[in-house]
Design a protein around this ligand. Structure first.
Ligand SMILES: Nc1ncnc2c1ncn2[C@@H]1O[C@H](COP(=O)(O)OP(=O)(O)OP(=O)(O)O)[C@@H](O)[C@H]1O
Ligand SMILES: [Mg+2]
Length: 278
């Protein structure tokens, strides 16, 4: 369903070439959630941007809904995103000149949805913003903007949700409510989710987790330890992502959090693809 294969990103700066993401591989099955954790600057937002096809990698591949994202034209990639992906940006990226309601209606209108206003209004109610729907984005508090961004990402019922610190600006009580809402939405809609978070409790709610440091995966916690995953060659197809029971634990140095996530009761979500580099 969502595959990252040896994904890498290097950029050239005044000080020369730097690697901001290095050889990141995983597979995430439909309806499963993956937490991306790691210190500031470790490459989390960069990874999400690549998974969405918003940014180009310097190495590796992303497969999304059976399509190899970077083999598509810009236009095809935009359509794939519109049809499949919801994105909650760390910086919200709401449009200031539009109201909360208009911001949430936008992705529905892009799809030609005639009931955009009704659906956007209902979604804003769900995130607790009924009383703010006609405020312009820049008239909202940080936490309110974050909730509008969440509503906008969910309103199209995307198959894949990519969320960058979606509760980073919320107080504990509101954050908790939003987390419950997000998990109930992804469960009801069978959404596949990649969630960047600094919150370890939130990470533990996800099926699987990857820790990044300096752009590299330094730890993985996968929920199903039972399945042993054969080494994949470069001819891996999207079908393999949909294969059942496909999870593997590699380097479970974080055994506490693995057991806290009640791993045994969950079907495998993501698995590391190791040794698939040439
Ligand atoms: N276009 C770019 N040019 C140069 N450096 C970049 C570029 N994009 C990102 N970086 C650097 O890459 C590193 C990873 O950035 P990224 O935004 O992915 O980190 P992050 O893990 O999301 O951090 P945070 O938790 O602070 O949001 C940072 O050191 C950042 O400065
Ligand atoms: Mg970030």
């Amino acid at each position: 369903m969502l595959i990252s294969k040896n994904l890498g990103k290097k950029v050239t700066t005044g000080e020369g070439e730097i690697t901001i993401l290095d050889d990141v591989s995983f597979e995430l099955n439909k309806g499963k959630s993956l937490a991306i954790i790691g210190e500031s600057g470790s490459g989390k937002t960069t990874l999400l941007g690549l998974l969405a096809g918003l940014d180009r990698p310097t190495g590796g591949e992303v497969h999304l809904s059976s399509q190899s994202v970077f083999e598509l034209t810009e236009e095809q990639r935009a359509k794939l995103r519109k049809d499949n992906v919801g994105f909650i940006f760390q910086s919200f990226q709401l449009i200031d000149g539009l109201t909360a309601l208009e911001n949430v209606m936008m992705p529905l209108e892009l799809k030609g949805d005639k009931s955009a206003k009704k659906r956007a209004t209902e979604m804003l109610e769900k995130v607790g913003l009924s009383h703010r729907i006609h405020h312009f984005a820049n008239q909202l508090s940080g936490g309110e903007q974050q909730r509008v961004a969440i509503a906008r990402a969910f309103v199209t019922e995307p198959k894949i949700l990519l969320a960058d610190e979606p509760t980073g600006n919320l107080d504990t009580a509101t954050g908790q409510k939003i987390i419950e809402l997000m998990f109930s939405l992804i469960e009801n809609l069978d959404t596949t989710m990649v969630l960047v978070t600094h919150d370890t409790h939130l990470a533990e709610r996800c099926d699987d987790a990857i820790t990044l440091s300096g752009g590299k995966v330094i730890n993985t916690t996968f929920s199903d330890t039972a399945a042993s995953v054969p080494q994949q060659e470069n001819n891996m197809t999207a079908d393999s992502a949909a294969a059942e029971g496909a999870a593997n634990t590699s380097d479970v140095s974080n055994a506490d959090s693995a057991s806290n996530t009640d791993g045994a009761s969950k079907a495998g979500g993501a698995r590391a693809i190791e040794g698939s580099a040439s």
